[in-house]
Write a protein that binds this ligand. Sequence first.
Ligand SMILES: *Cc1c(COP(=O)(O)O)cnc(C)c1O
Length: 453
Amino acid sequence: MSKQITKILLNESEMPTRWYNIQADMPNLPKPPLHPGTRKPIGPQDLSAIFPDELIKQEVSQERWIDIPEEVQEIYRLWRPSPLYRARRLEKALDTPARIYYKYEGVSPAGSHKLNTAVPQAYYNKMQGIKRLATETGAGQWGIALSQACTFFGLACTVYMVKISYQQKPYRRTVMNIFGSEVFASPSNQTECGRKILEQDPGNPGSLGIAISEAVEDAALHPDTNYALGSVLNHVILHQTVIGLEAKEQMAKVNDYPDIVIGCCGGGSNFAGTAFPFAHDKLVDGKNVRLIAAEPSACPTLTKGKLSYDFGDVSGLTPLLYMYTLGKDFMPPGIHAGGLRYHGDSPLVSQLVHDGIIEAKAFGQTAIFNAATLFAKNEGIIPAPESAHAVCCAIEEALICKEAGEAKTILFTLSGHGLLDLPSYEKFLDNKIQDYNLSDEEITKYLKNLPQV
Ligand SMILES: *Cc1c(COP(=O)(O)O)cnc(C)c1O
């Protein structure tokens, strides 16, 4: 009997040397970002106070392929190419005819996919002569990734960490401190925006929208400081396409191609990074592949939000993005998948959902922890609670295959490991995980306040 392949690896020399830019192939580009004051489309000069030129260029580029700088490739090779696994034991446990593959991004030193964009962002800022980056972080994954990337390129880093995560996930803060970053619980006293919120509501648990306001304000006020965002924007998604490009090569090595591609979706970067190289095949070559974004039912941006212009932050400092949103004032319940608690979504992902090229599904907390535990018991890896949404969706699709007796191929990205999320797993094991079902009235309330454009 021939040995079954479980782990599909690429050599370093097979690592992609270019990122894929879906803007070259989209049937409809998203509407342009608008200036928060004038509400007119923004130009490059409006962004240059907080972003380096090269990232601004990438943001609007319609070149299909963009070279990955050699200095970035060199750091990527610390953990890339990342492995693709065939989840044979999970398949057996589910008794499904489906073939399940997962691309594992938890092997990065940061423990998640976020380092794929943190490294080029730090690099381009360094090249521009910037000394410090300011950013926000929810669960802490992005803060860790940017802290590491800044250290690699000799930049200082200031992180505004959503207060509830700062309190619930102290080890993430320690990791950022090890890499030399300054970390503030947000809302903080460091910024005008933070002080204003604390005055009105001293117990505010924070949100990504608030932390973004603080980081943008910090960057805008200091000429040697730029801002870095870990998701949502086009250049971030561009950088993450290394995931899907590698996965496609890896599946080709075992003569397979996915019928279904799945990623969890907060701002959309690991999902899009995985799905867009396959969306290329769907858009350009007419391949029949389903692309599913898995989001939390407690923050159902794509499944219950509205496609509309909205601010990226709470204070209305950022440009208005045309995206699915729950409203910038939406305060998501304190679910354990902190990285998925964002009111908006990538404009690229949003447009493709709107155009019917991408689907979205929402999952509750109990379901995702059950799925993550089943996955861990069979595959040995404890998923990040964010990634558990992708696991849950993949299992659901595999069970649909079982019902229908169809041997489909499912690919999902396991965006990170959950070894710093053990307090959340402890709550799950103690039956203390809660499902939040947002009422339609509640969602409508926040959507009423969307800016009029
Ligand atoms: C941040 C994070 C996410 C969500 O962000 P996306 O931009 O939607 O990918 C998902 N998984 C992990 C492990 C994260 O750290």
